[in-house]
Structure formats: structure tokens, C-alpha cells
Design a protein around this ligand. Structure first.
Ligand code: SAH
Length: 236
């Protein structure tokens, strides 16, 4: 694992400049972007102190990995802003023993954070190249409790259901019904719902056939595609 980190660093710093102190940048990210803005779940903060976010971005963006913004990860998709990852993760209310479903693996970063906070993480990505790159990163980091599937995440993962918590990391026009069906009683679904420009981040809780919904934040995500997402447009 260490050899791989050294490799990545030297590639990103072929100029001969010293590698950035990623651990220090990560600590500053947690204090200035998360703690200062009210993220208070100690386990979430610990997980985000531990996961090397720079490993999940393209080499040329590694120096920007801990800045306060989303970053492109290829195919028109983005790794979410650190604060948004923290807000979504906190809203899942994980204690450690859960089985969690993520829709929209992207870079694999959020899955790696969830892996430290739950027992098993199941994550679905419909773009094969992104899924394969995410799998490679997770394997190299030695993370073994994340399971990646290529497919339409709006259908959930019926063979592994039910889930204690589900997070959708792309903007949905509405709640995909299969996700509610695959949630346990009392389970939490965290999902950005709105139009393609702006969404509310919802924390939905399942009570039998009823749900309760709380608006956690406002956000802007790339569109959710698939059967219960937005129709494909152009190369998106
Ligand atoms: N959680 C990611 C960021 C995800 S960006 C991270 O930590 O990096 C949203 C992702 O959702 C994109 O990779 C996009 O390809 C994916 N996506 C969009 N619609 C999807 C669908 N129906 N099923 C699975 N993945 C989908």
C-alpha cells in the first residue's frame, strides 16, 4: 500500500517539487470545512480524517483534493465537495453495524468513508469505467467491506436488500420506489431531490407504508440516470 502511495506521489510531482503534505491538508479540511460548519458526529469526522481523498481524484488534481469544492473525476462526473460528503454521511446516522447501499459510486470516495462507519457497503455505478477505477482504488487501499456493482442504481440491489441506510449521490427527480422498498423499517434514505440545477437534500425515514422527510441542506449534484432518474441527454 505504501509503495503505491509513493508511486502516485512521485507521478504527480514529476517536476521534482516536494509532495504536498496530504495528511496536514486533510486535517485542515476537517477543521475548517467540516467542524467549523457544524459537522459534529465524531465518527464521521474520524472517517474523513482517515480516508486519503487525494487517491480518489485524477493525478493532476491531487494538489486540489482537499479544497472546498467538487472535482471532476472523468466522464462528466464529479467527486462531491468534502462538506457535502460529510453532511450526507452524518444524515445516515450510522452506528457501525449497518448494511448501507450507495447509488452513484463515482470515484469510490464516499464508499471508502462509509466503509469505516458501517459493516458492509454496497455501491452501484452505471458507468463501467468509473466503477472499474473505483474498484481498483478500493482494492489498493485494502478496503474489503465495499462491494461494487455496475448497473442502474435506481433499481437498488434486490439480492442484498434490505439496507439499514441508503444514500443517493446524484440528483433525483423523485424518490425511486425500489429504494424505499429495500429500506428496513426505521431506515434512512438520504437523497438530493429537485430539478437538474438545484436540489434539496432529503433525509427520508421509513415507517411502514409511511415516510417522514426532513430537508437537511441545499445542493447541486450531477443528474441521476436510469429507470427512475432523468432521461439521458447528449453524452451525460
Ligand atoms: N459518490 C461519488 C460521487 C458520485 S457523482 C464519489 O464519492 O465520488 C454521481 C455518480 O452517479 C456518477 O458517477 C454517475 O455516473 C452515477 N450515476 C448516475 N445515475 C446512476 C444510476 N442510475 N445508477 C448508478 N449510478 C448512477
Amino acid at each position: 500500500m505504501m509503495a503505491w502511495f509513493r508511486n502516485r506521489r512521485s507521478k504527480a510531482n514529476g517536476s521534482g517539487e516536494p509532495a504536498p503534505d496530504y495528511a496536514a491538508l486533510r486535517e485542515a479540511m476537517v477543521e475548517e470545512q467540516l467542524v467549523a460548519r457544524g459537522i459534529s458526529d465524531a465518527r464521521v469526522l474520524e472517517a474523513m480524517r482517515a480516508v486519503p481523498r487525494h487517491v480518489f481524484v485524477p493525478d493532476e488534481l491531487m494538489p486540489l483534493a482537499y479544497t472546498d469544492q467538487p472535482l471532476p473525476v472523468g466522464e462528466g462526473q464529479t467527486i462531491s465537495q468534502p462538506y457535502m460528503v460529510a453532511v450526507m454521511t452524518e444524515a445516515l446516522e450510522l452506528a457501525g453495524d449497518e448494511r448501507v447501499l450507495e447509488v452513484g459510486t463515482g470515484s469510490g470516495y464516499q464508499a471508502a468513508v462509509l466503509a469505516r462507519l458501517a459493516r458492509e457497503v454496497f455501491t452501484i455505478e452505471h458507468r463501467e469505467a468509473l466503477a472499474r477505477a473505483a474498484i481498483e482504488r478500493l482494492v489498493r487501499l485494502g478496503i474489503s467491506n465495499v462491494h461494487v456493482r455496475i448497473g442502474d442504481g435506481t433499481l437498488g440491489w434486490p439480492e442484498q436488500a434490505p439496507f439499514d441506510a441508503i444514500v443517493v449521490t446524484a440528483a433525483a427527480p423523485r424518490i425511486p420506489p425500489p429504494l424505499l422498498e429495500q429500506l428496513v423499517e426505521g431506515g434512512r434514505l438520504v437523497i438530493p431531490v429537485g430539478d437538474e440545477h438545484q436540489q434539496e437534500l432529503w433525509q427520508v425515514r421509513k415507517h411502514g407504508a409511511q415516510i417522514s422527510t426532513r430537508v437537511v441542506n441545499y445542493c447541486r449534484f450531477v443528474p441521476l440516470r436510469g429507470q427512475y432518474g432523468w432521461p439521458e441527454a447528449g453524452n451525460q
